[in-house]
Design a protein around this ligand. Structure first.
Ligand code: GAP
Length: 449
């Protein structure tokens, strides 16, 4: 059973150090969050799982890590300056501002129906570049990681000799000045994306789109978000982004409602065309002047001349993925003795702490030394974070680790000193078994991968 409300997840996230409000001691900053000691581990594990399946396990994808600060010309040619906006309305009564497509005719704060007509509000953040703040020297904080994959297309082609079909993957921050950030880390102003731009020969694009939808469903399933929990939304005409010929959204039942977790779009040759010299007709805007143009030809040469590949783009939000994974894993169980336990049934590869080593007695030198040595041995496996925890209360330790999803707790006791065995307790079954310490590394490693 997933969490019954967002409040439950928010409370756990704060209490156990997954997510904090950013700048909290100064009253916070709306739509911005910090990931705490356990949150950063879970988030890194999710990103690593994506990178592994997208780049390391494939033979047709390269990686990229590009800058966040972006030359405005990139986002002019991409169409974002002109079209990347949400409809904004003002309440004339209480002066609050809202996204008009999130309202039903009334101000959510004061209930007034006296609202201004909607007008477009561009979502991109600007920042000054250099020491002179003259308004002319500015950069955008990228609103999607995708554009720098397009602007680096020729560099990557030259460096790798790739030919379509092939892709470029990137994980990184994106920024959007959302009018109404809400629902915890679901809609925020600073977030992370995991994006693949997969370049394909024109004519094969729709087939690749469907292939990527399947592949992404399979991947989410492996992260503990079952495919039967995801609904496919084929986004209708008039509701897609300006660059898209077809988009399939993977919709997940978040605690606040069914919403987009990931979008898979057919971006056609729109972006590569728009960034190519003398291809101005591809850009959405007539306002792009010729001296703004790039000096590049973002195309592939083959026997038939130059071809601009089409692009299929699976684009997932890390923060939304984090929320979905947490929600799926969360469960409150009633035990036989009538008590309750909260347990995060995270897939082991995503768990923030892989194993905790607990000495039965904290003042006993022999037990402490053996437990420390075991912790060091497990940590050296490179499986992720392993904790040595010398609170001395094993029962409480188990409960605390259930709540943050630690798959294994290893207890070192007096018997360990006699026969070199330890107790391993499994998070999901709560079963404890006595293992030879020499077999522990292999036991844990086998179950974490
Ligand atoms: N490059 C394509 C693109 O950016 P998008 O549908 O606007 O498409 C892709 O964003 C994904 O990024 C979304 O499916 C969502 O997971 C995540 N995302 C977008 N805006 C977000 C926000 N304000 N807060 C958190 N995640 C967001």
């Amino acid at each position: 059973m997933p969490a019954s409300s967002m409040e439950e997840l928010v409370a756990l996230a704060k209490r156990r150090g997954f997510v904090f409000q950013a700048s909290e001691i100064y009253g916070g900053l709306q739509g911005v969050y910090d990931y705490g000691p356990l949150g950063v581990e879970l988030k890194n594990n999710l990103k690593a799982a994506w990178w592994r399946s997208m780049v390391h396990e494939r033979d047709d994808v390269e990686g990229l890590d590009s800058a966040i600060l972006t030359n405005p010309k990139v986002l002019r040619h991409s169409g974002h300056e002109e079209t990347f906006s949400d409809p904004l309305v003002d309440c004339r009564e209480c002066k609050s501002r809202w996204r008009s497509d999130h309202l039903n005719g009334r101000c959510p704060r004061c209930g007034s129906a006296d609202l201004t007509p909607p007008r477009p509000f561009n979502l991109m953040f600007k920042t000054g570049i250099g020491p002179v703040d003259d308004g002319a020297s500015f950069a955008y904080l990228r609103p999607e990681t995708a554009q720098s994959i397009f602007t680096n297309f020729k560099n990557i082609l030259d460096a790798t000799s790739r030919r379509p079909p092939f892709g470029v993957a990137q994980i990184g921050k994106a920024f959007r000045n959302e009018i109404t950030p809400r629902n915890f880390v679901f809609r925020v102003r600073e977030f992370e994306q995991m994006e693949l731009e997969f370049f394909v020969p024109p004519g094969t694009d729709q087939e690749w789109l469907e292939r990527w939808v399947e592949e992404r469903l399979r991947w989410w399933d492996a992260q503990g978000v079952p495919r039967e929990r995801l609904e496919l939304l084929r986004v209708p005409d008039g509701e897609r982004a300006h660059y898209s010929k077809a988009t399939v959204d993977l919709m997940y039942p978040f605690p606040h409602g069914l919403e987009e977790l990931e979008g898979i779009a057919n971006r056609t040759d729109f972006d590569l065309g728009s960034h190519t010299k003398n291809q101005r007709e591809m850009a959405v805007t007539a306002a792009v002047s010729s001296n703004d143009e790039s000096n590049a030809r973002l195309a592939v040469r083959d026997d038939n001349g130059w071809t601009v590949p089409y692009v299929i783009e699976p684009s997932a939000g890390v923060d939304r993925g984090f929320l979905a994974v947490l929600n799926e894993a969360y469960s409150v169980e009633r035990l036989e003795n009538g008590t309750e336990r909260t347990v995060l049934r995270l897939r082991a590869h995503l768990a923030p702490v892989k194993a905790a080593v607990l000495p039965l007695k904290r003042n006993h030198d022999g037990i402490m030394a053996r437990a420390r040595a075991l912790k060091a041995q497990l940590a050296a496996l490179g499986i992720g974070r392993v904790l040595f925890e010398n609170t001395g209360n094993i029962g409480k330790g188990y409960r605390r680790h259930d709540e943050v999803g630690t798959p294994f707790c290893v207890t070192v006791d007096f018997q360990t000193l006699e026969d070199e065995t330890v107790t391993v307790r499994d998070r999901d079954t709560m079963r404890q078994e006595r293992l030879n310490a020499a077999a522990l590394a292999a036991y844990v490693q086998e179950r974490i991968a």
